[in-house]
Design a protein around this ligand. Sequence first.
Ligand code: HEM
Length: 429
Amino acid sequence: MGIGIGTGVALSLGEASPWSLLGGAVAALLLVWAAQMLEWAWLAPRRMERALRAQGLRGTQYRFLHGDLTEDLRLVTAARSKPVPMDRPHDFIPRVAPLLHRALEEHVSLYRVLISVRMKMQHLVSDTTKADKFSYFRPSKLNALFNLSGVITSQAYQNNRRMKAIDREIKSILRGIIEKRQKATKNGEASKDDLLGLLLQSNMDYYSDEDGKSSKGMTVEEIIEECKLFYFAGMETTAVLLTWTMVALSMHPEWQDRAREEILQVFGRNKPDINGVSRLKVVTMVLYEVLRLYPPVVMMNRRTYKEIELGGVRYPAGVMLSLPVLFIHRDAAAWGHDAGEFDPGRFAEGVARACKDPGAGAFFPFSWGPRICIGQNFALLEAKVALGMILQRFAFELSPAYAHAPYTVLTLHPQHGVPVRLRRLRSSG
Ligand code: HEM
């Protein structure tokens, strides 16, 4: 009997056509794929959710595949359809991050809220470079591409093909720039003293580690990634800081006057220089206050790569922790009852004294810790010089056409631009 069955199986296998074998293999592969999908899109997020809820975290329920994404897009679209009322202009969190705002309202605490955007659990915790540095870059084209990729990322988190095409184009522009520079160096032209020159130097050098092992510096691919990072991190952020500073100083002309007074006192009509910049107190206070209320980077994310305990909660690997800079910068517990108001005076005695709880670390527009922004001093220097030069020459106010509409395209932008009226100051040259 056993032999009979065995023979039957052997016979039926032997008789099976290549097509049915192929069909069987495809079916098996599909089954494996479906099991992996199920694990990725449902079982793993649900496990994560259960583990976090069991420790007291509250928030929205995980929904298959899209998490809170559909709801997020719906709320964002509605929020972006109208500007912020001008009687409380700095109160724009519900417009910029409506889902998080609602989650916090419903679940009370700023410190721990679950939301499941992009199929992952998120957890809120409390606890320029200018074109001259990249003399070979073509800023307009690159800038347009970076902006476009930002818009696409933020609009739908999809449209992957378009994103990839843009990424390919950015890389190909950068590769072209690098090859041109490499060729120039080979032809004996002096290497340029700029960031790209330094990065390329590393590409050509060998380094020895402590054990004496020698390894090559950065690869061309790494240089491309660094160029992308510096271009985006350096250009966008500083540009929006200056933009929001113009907006804030137009809304609060008394601070515009005070900042101009200081600039004229320190520099007169001369070009701002590095020594004078370090003596600017009011301008620094103004920039800090703008960075507090309008942080260019409104949120930072970190993913746990292994189980970790933070603030008494054990997070499994794969949890996305979101640091909502925008929310923490206006947390009344940290900043006082006037947290939502523009008052550079709060920084009169420095950053630590501006916050009600100096140890809380509630001001981190440039991040914190080992990955803190490496361009922060340069950014502030650049902003002070640019602002100084504007204040020396012009008084400015918002045009009646201006609609106050902060929104995020990776960084915090004015949705409809910022039309301002400039009035040239007499004797400004
Ligand atoms: C107002 C202007 C700026 C703001 C608000 C800002 C903010 C930030 C923040 C929040 C991060 C950390 C992001 C994260 O870890 O998720 C960061 C990183 C970084 N920033 Fe800036 N930044 C500014 C200007 C600049 C400038 C001018 C440069 C370059 C010249 C620059 C270069 C970088 C780089 C290279 C990193 C990555 C550092 C690392 O990962 O180790 N940033 N910046």
